[in-house]
Design a protein around this ligand. Structure first.
Ligand SMILES: [Zn+2]
Length: 329
């Protein structure tokens, strides 16, 4: 991702006076009202193209939110229409690995914008998401109408979709299904999927050099929803692997942080720490090393299994995956 957002202040994306008056003020967490009003259009009937659009390279930057160490991203920024710029209390950049680690403790109940997740997905899979499930895959529909039915080759369309999403996080997999007029995009991190879902909803796939560009606001925009589970057992297993890897990464990150703080305190205290105090530490270096080792073992195990899979694909699907209990004893 762009490395420069940290070195500059966030830009004002739209002047307040240019915003339609129906938009609720940016103070507070009035996201649901906002969401219902904008994300899928009124009553889900029309998906008009949003006149605003996030340009991550141009708009990203530091905000008050970074100073105050908020964990959440600005929903208005994602939609390309935050009029607060550097004064915004939420973050104005595309989620990065560090953000994911900070968010991780809360992502089960809150999304990256700080909105509560519900126990179940809305029937149309369009809502904030569910805290019962870890989902990184988006369904993107309405592709040909978002292109104004412009005749493009399948690979040209796929390239446009890839370009649009690749600016919003690391993509794991992308499938464009021309016959179904839709695409599935799986991100490496859930927070990027949450973020991209808001950025791309109701956007056009046209670019300024297209003849239809000027009329794009009269067309219908992209429809973005959470994708349903991939019923393929291998996909399920891969997902479990990923989840465990993330948990381990998070634990090591937290322990590292905690040890850093302790080390800093020790330096302050000098060498006066008694044996008892040393004994009473929550995380000993030993524990951390064990975890680190486990993390490396886990990684090499995964690599081994992946190799097996490619060498003997039929057999590999019959191999029993080690139960998760060995990881969280
Ligand atoms: Zn903002």
């Amino acid at each position: 991702m762009s490395k420069t957002w940290r070195e500059r202040s966030a830009k004002v994306q739209v002047k307040e006076s240019d915003l339609p008056s129906s938009i609720p003020p940016q103070t507070g967490l009035v996201f649901n009202i906002w969401y219902n009003k904008w994300s899928q259009g009124q009553g889900g009937q029309s998906r008009f193209v949003s006149p605003f659009r996030l340009d991550p390279k141009l708009h990203s930057g530091k905000t008050l939110g970074d100073k105050q160490e908020t964990q959440f991203f600005c929903l208005y920024f994602a939609k390309g229409m935050c009029c607060l710029g550097k004064k915004c209390q939420y973050m104005h950049h595309v989620p990065e690995n560090e953000d994911m680690l900070r968010l991780a403790a809360k992502t089960d109940v809150l999304d990256c914008f700080g909105r509560e997740k519900f126990a179940f997905y809305r029937d149309d899979m369009a809502g904030v998401g569910s805290f019962r499930k870890h989902n990184k895959t988006l369904y993107v529909g309405g592709i040909s109408s978002a292109l104004g039915n412009r005749p493009l080759k399948s690979n040209q369309i796929e390239n446009r979709i890839r370009f649009l999403f690749s600016e919003l996080g690391e993509i794991d997999k992308l499938h464009y299904l021309e016959s179904k007029n839709c695409a599935f995009i799986k991100f490496k991190r859930q927070c990027n999927a949450e973020f991209a879902k808001e950025v791309v909803a109701n956007q056009s796939l046209l670019i300024p050099s297209d003849r239809e560009w000027e009329e794009r606001l009269q067309l219908t925009g992209l429809q973005v929803k959470w994708a349903h589970d991939d019923p393929n057992p291998r996909a399920k297993r891969e997902e479990e692997e990923e989840k465990r890897q993330e948990t381990l990464d998070l634990m090591v990150h937290l322990l590292d942080k905690s040890n850093e703080t302790q080390a800093a305190e020790e330096v302050k205290k000098g060498e006066n720490e008694s044996a008892e105090e040393k004994h009473g530490r929550i995380f000993s270096g030993e524990v951390l090393n064990k975890l680190r080792k486990r993390k490396t073992n886990f990684k090499s195990e995964n690599a081994k299994e992946k190799r097996q899979k490619t060498e003997e694909p039929q057999k590999a699907s019959l191999v029993d995956y080690p139960s998760s209990s060995s990881e969280d004893e």
